[in-house]
Ligand binder design. Structure first.
Ligand code: DAH
Length: 342
């Protein structure tokens, strides 16, 4: 049995519930709950015959009124949901709305050249090593046969980190040679790539931070011919097999004999232009046979062991390869510059 007031409660609940409904599924559940074959109104109606005779018409019209009221609410809700879903679906699937622009990253030209160099030497069986950017005087100079009073120290304007001048920012990657010789068994062949630092001006061709690649090949029968073969192959792989390679005698404290190695100018094909200062040649590498004193300082005492070493500036190589006229571009973080390289 039920009372007249129960109908009011049903209506109140139904209104509360429908106003919280957010989608068609919920609305359909609501409809079934109240208007379904086994719904609340069906239940109420089915009980009328058992009610007291005088109440029957009142209950009947009260139920009809409630049903009418809720049906109106239902129709309105249905329309509301239809309009909001179609609007949000239009947003989600509107293919004519312009997309958000996507910024593509590119690799820095120094990274690109470094990777090419790594690939070439990996192909020749060289291992890839690194060393610390903060070095000691021992590794950067002393062990490289460049003691404190050595005139060749003028070749490297150094950032020292303490007053005793024991710690410094490495002026070249050559100290990695010493570190590798100390810990690796002979024979060995490695390259090391990384940042190097000098108290230089910051102008079109100088930067206080730049990058070098160092190479070292050591064994029991390594000769200057191996140096020539490996470095000629390297330069031709890097710049193209049509270039010419030139070896001239030079001087470095840590190699004897020493050589400077140039390629025919890739801009003018060796005819002479501004880039090669009208010489037809571009100097790329310093190299030589490892000085016995370097072996000694690194603790390699077998006199039958020989080796060659080389070093090159990666920034300079990248400038030549990509025809970049100012080293400062590498450090400017200008997207218009960086986006040109992939
Ligand atoms: N370390 C030298 C420099 O920075 C370059 C160099 C020359 C490295 C000869 C070598 C070498 O390994 O054998 O100027």
């Amino acid at each position: 049995m039920f009372e007249i007031n129960d109908i009011d409660t049903v209506v109140k609940n139904a209104i509360e519930e429908i106003s919280a409904i957010k989608d068609d599924d919920e609305l359909e559940k609501w409809r079934i709950k109240y208007f379904g074959r086994k719904g609340i109104f069906a239940a109420l109606t089915s009980k009328i015959p058992q009610m007291e005779q005088s109440l029957k018409p009142i209950l009947g019209s009260k139920i009809n009124l409630a049903k009418k009221q809720l049906t109106t609410l239902y129709e309105e809700k249905k329309k509301l949901l239809a309009s909001t879903t179609s609007a949000s679906q239009a947003d989600a699937f509107n293919l004519t709305i312009p997309g958000l622009p996507t910024e593509y990253g590119t690799l820095h030209p120094i990274t690109l050249v470094s990777r090419q160099i790594v690939r070439i030497f990996q192909g020749l069986g060289f291992g890839i090593h690194t060393g610390p950017e903060i070095e000691t005087d021992f590794y950067n100079f002393e062990a490289l046969n460049t003691p404190a009073d050595h005139p060749a120290r003028d070749m490297w304007d150094t950032f020292y980190l303490d007053e005793q001048k024991k710690f410094l920012l490495r002026t070249h990657t050559s100290p990695v040679q010493v570190r590798v010789l100390q810990k690796m068994p002979v024979p060995l062949r490695i390259i090391a790539i990384g940042k190097t630092f000098r108290r230089d001006a910051f102008d079109a061709s100088h930067s206080p931070v730049f990058h070098q690649v160092e190479g070292l090949m050591v064994g029991y029968d390594i000769s200057f011919s191996n140096l020539k073969a490996v470095l000629t192959f390297f330069l031709k792989e890097l710049f193209g097999h049509s270039i010419k390679v030139r070896f001239l005698p030079s001087y470095f404290p840590f190699t004897e004999p020493s050589a400077e190695i140039s390629i025919s100018c890739v801009i003018c094909d060796g005819n002479g232009c501004q880039t090669c200062a009208y010489t037809g040649w571009l100097e790329i590498l310093g190299a030589g046979m490892v000085h016995p004193e370097v072996f000694r300082k690194a603790g390699v005492n077998d006199e039958n062991i020989t080796g060659f070493a080389f070093g090159a500036g990666i920034d300079r190589i990248a400038m030549i390869k990509y025809k970049i006229d100012d080293i400062r571009h590498f450090f400017s973080n200008d997207m218009r510059f960086l986006k040109q390289f992939r």
